[in-house]
Design a protein. Structure first.
Length: 411
């Protein structure tokens, strides 16, 4: 008998001895007076063990059979090896059509030593409140990992997540964490949602120049888009994107395994499909219904999200870039462009665009310009031919040496 049964026994004995009324006993035991009458009758007929529940030791009505349990464990050991209980229960329903509670899977996996519960760490930092509006703050981070399995090289996943709703707004895979990867992820976000108010990142060299002076390429692009750049002083400060990375490293890697995805191109195609499912499960409702994103009208993303350099023109409207000399075309007077600045923008596809005073101009390598001007007409040849000066008969060079000079030379 349990301790609760012993306490019930003392109360029911007082009811039998008429020291306590049935209504008062029901209030003390927190049951109905009808249940009190049933228990007292069992106590009178069967003794103290008559009040013990008859369900003790009996299998539940929803208890799974041993064969069913073994079938599930075989799948967890083979096909779903390394899956957590929650994800394993979802995939058993999705692929095997097996309906089972995640808590049941958790208990079975712990019993079979297929999963070890993670110890929860105590937080030593204060929790920062979410921003109230969707699009008010976007957290960004790169997550390098062996996404396609231990036998494949490490690749990087660039993740953008909204602070107010924990919605993944962009997910882009690349070989390494580069400026182009962040540009691609940011462009995906801008095209779908618009311009957010702020971008929250770490102190990577992509977002903060190692030198005290000067802006990085990303800072220049954010300034043109009127997006505030905020740098976090610790990983915990941007904990939402860090936790999202940990979830992706657990669930998305297993999705890649089930679908035999092992290339960056395949991963980027499936990422869009996965993000929709992920946001349905993990996104939150914002405190405010206002969308803080702003319109993209009037912004040329191809011009903004690219590498930017600046060069100075000489008197022939020529500048040098990557050891190649270029000349601006379509200009009537080159001398007016002397010492003028041109802005060179290299797109992610490798295309070079040159802007002079905010206007795009056409340029050609100087070698091509020289080749195009190589063939000249007869008049041009005569005009540009060097003039030969023929000295006159009385020119000093044609005069003989003086007699004194000759005598000195003879001596």
């Amino acid at each position: 008998m349990s301790r609760k049964d012993l306490e019930r026994l003392d109360v029911l004995k007082k009811v039998l001895s008429k020291e306590l009324r049935q209504i008062d006993a029901a209030r003390l035991l927190k049951v109905s007076d009808r249940q009190v009458r049933k228990l007292t009758n069992r106590l009178r007929l069967e003794g103290p063990f008559g009040i013990v529940s008859k369900l003790i030791g009996r299998k539940g009505n929803r208890c799974k059979s041993g064969d069913f349990k073994q079938q599930v464990l075989d799948l967890l050991k083979d096909k779903y090896e390394g899956f957590g209980p929650t994800l394993a229960a979802e995939k058993l329903f999705e692929y095997e059509k097996i309906t089972i509670s995640k808590e049941t899977v958790r208990v079975w996996m712990i019993e079979s030593h297929l999963w070890v519960p993670r110890k929860k760490k105590k937080r030593v930092h204060t929790t920062r409140l979410r921003r109230p509006c969707f699009g008010e703050l976007i957290q960004a981070d790169g997550s390098p990992d062996r996404w396609f399995g231990p036998d494949f090289p490490e690749v990087n996943a660039t993740v953008l997540i909204d602070d107010a709703t924990s919605t993944i707004t962009a997910l882009y895979f690349s070989k390494t964490e580069t400026l182009e990867a962040y540009y691609s992820a940011l462009e995906e976000h801008l095209v779908q949602y618009g311009r957010p108010l702020a971008l929250y990142t770490d102190h990577s060299a992509i977002f903060k120049s190692p030198k005290k002076a000067g802006e990085t390429q990303m800072q220049k692009a954010l300034n043109e888009l009127d997006i505030e750049s905020i740098l976090a002083n610790s990983p915990q400060a941007k904990g939402r994107v860090e936790r999202a990375n940990r979830t992706l490293q657990d669930r998305l890697k297993k999705e890649f395994k089930l679908r035999d995805i092992n290339t960056i191109e395949q991963a980027n195609i499936y990422a869009k499909e996965y993000v929709k499912k992920h946001n349905e499960s993990f996104s939150k409702k914002p405190m405010s219904d206002y969308n803080a994103h702003r319109s993209l009208e009037g912004y040329d993303l191809k011009r903004i999200l690219c590498r930017k350099e600046e060069r100075t023109l000489n008197c022939s409207a020529i500048f040098q870039f990557n050891h190649i000399q270029y000349q601006i075309q379509g200009v009537s007077e080159y001398r007016r462009l002397n010492r003028k600045k041109v802005e060179i923008r290299i797109t992610r596809t490798g295309e070079m665009r040159v802007f002079l005073a905010g206007t795009e101009v056409k340029v050609l390598p100087l070698c091509e310009v020289m080749e195009s001007n190589r063939e000249m007409s007869r008049k041009e040849v005569i005009r540009w031919a060097p003039r030969v000066h023929k000295p006159g008969a009385n020119h000093p060079w044609k005069q003989g040496y003086p007699k004194a000079k000759k005598m000195q030379m003879a001596v």
